[in-house]
Ligand binder design. Structure first.
Ligand code: FAD
Length: 329
């Protein structure tokens, strides 16, 4: 059988794979099916759960390679990469995929370097052409799409969230579970203290289907409550432009753009954001873009599907009311 298509599991640190894995595994299973190979999940964790393993199977993993070891937590690239590289050398997967997350961006780049393999970072489409994988990925801040392929296997790629079709969860046979022996090398870095950010009660930015985003037009940090209130009604995450982040109004993890997070929600609502190229780099693949700006010449209107020229302080509460009415029906 051809080498398997691997998906590196991103989990919630409580033993459950994140929802984005449905997209990664769905794509791995789709491509594996075309080559007579199978999709497999590779899970490095200090804490797996039976429910998590079952979930991976339902999303298409025929086998779970479970590397469960206390020394793998917290994530440190220098511990994970040698373990994964050794596993790749033993098992010769044809492809290794992961979601675009802060952790996997780093992990996959380091793994590619260790294996001397190619990496398609932030892929937005994957297709087999003549037996070889071809990836599409945005370049030049999303102005162009480039196609790339690999000189050799394994084909490494990180997949942009909300772009690939998620697997339909199918109750089937439970996946085979293999537990390769792991002997993680001692870490160069020691965890001194871990502080959890206070939970916002809103979805995670990169995974959210709707994102409400605010820029300098918000005028101050206190006004983000307007967007949070709207976000709660529609079940959205709240993001920000760099201007808002640089001003200290939002933590950096909420920044959307070239030097922040890349998002691809079904609906992006931008309030008081001008639409600088570096911001567009992080959100232009959103399915529907709606911009609210008082300046009719704001560049964001050039890429918006819907535009509202108006004062966000008036428009946001009105939108919230209308969404409430619609959703209550
Ligand atoms: C190397 C580099 C990397 C960068 N990376 C990023 C990045 O990752 N993400 C990012 O966002 N930026 C990034 N930037 C910065 C980027 O160039 C812009 O400066 C930034 O995106 C502007 O943020 P903004 O749209 O919030 O602010 P502004 O450009 O100041 O726009 C504010 C908008 O709000 C509107 N407005 C004001 N008041 C109201 C109101 N009451 N109602 C409605 N509209 C109103 C204005 O008309 C204006 O269009 C980067 C820049 C560089 C050089």
């Amino acid at each position: 059988m051809a080498g398997a298509f691997w998906s590196l599991v991103e989990d919630d640190r409580q033993g459950n794979p994140k929802k984005v894995m449905a997209e990664v595994l769905g794509e791995a299973a789709r491509l594996a099916g075309q080559t007579g190979a199978q999709a497999e999940a590779v899970w490095l964790t200090d804490k797996a759960t039976e429910a998590g393993i079952k979930q991976l199977g339902e999303w298409g993993a025929r086998r779970v390679l479970l590397l469960e070891n206390g020394a793998l937590a917290p994530y440190r690239g220098e511990v994970w990469v040698p373990v994964l590289a050794e596993l790749c050398q033993k098992e010769s997967p044809q492809a290794v995929f992961g979601p675009v997350t802060t952790r996997q961006r780093e992990l996959m780049a380091r793994l590619a370097a260790r294996l001397g393999a190619g990496l398609a970072a932030d892929a937005t489409a994957l297709a087999l052409e003549g037996g070889t994988l071809v990836a599409t990925r945005p370049v030049y801040a999303g102005k162009l799409l480039s196609k790339m392929t690999w000189a050799k296997t394994p084909w490494l790629a990180t997949l942009r969230p909300n772009v690939f079709k998620p697997a339909d969860a199918q109750a089937g046979p439970a996946p085979a579970v293999d537990r390769p022996a792991v002997a993680p090398a001692p870490a160069a870095m020691t965890l001194v203290e871990r502080r959890e950010d206070s939970a916002t009660g809103l979805p995670e930015l990169a995974e959210a289907e709707i994102v409400v985003s605010g820029g300098r037009g918000l005028k101050g940090p206190e006004n983000f409550v307007i967007l949070e209130s709207l976000a709660k009604v529609v079940g959205a995450a709240v993001g920000a432009s760099r201007a808002a982040v640089d001003a200290g109004w939002r933590p950096h993890r909420f920044q959307i753009g070239q030097t922040g997070r890349t998002i691809s929600p079904k609906l992006y609502l931008g309030f008081g954001i001008s639409g600088a190229i570096q911001h567009l780099a992080g959100m232009r693949t959103s399915k529907v873009i709606c911009a609210i700006n008082k300046d009719p010449e704001a560049p964001i209107f050039k890429i918006a599907d819907y535009g509202i020229v108006g004062d966000l302080f008036e428009v946001a509460p009105l939108l919230e009311q209308e969404f409430k009415k619609l959703l209550e029906k």
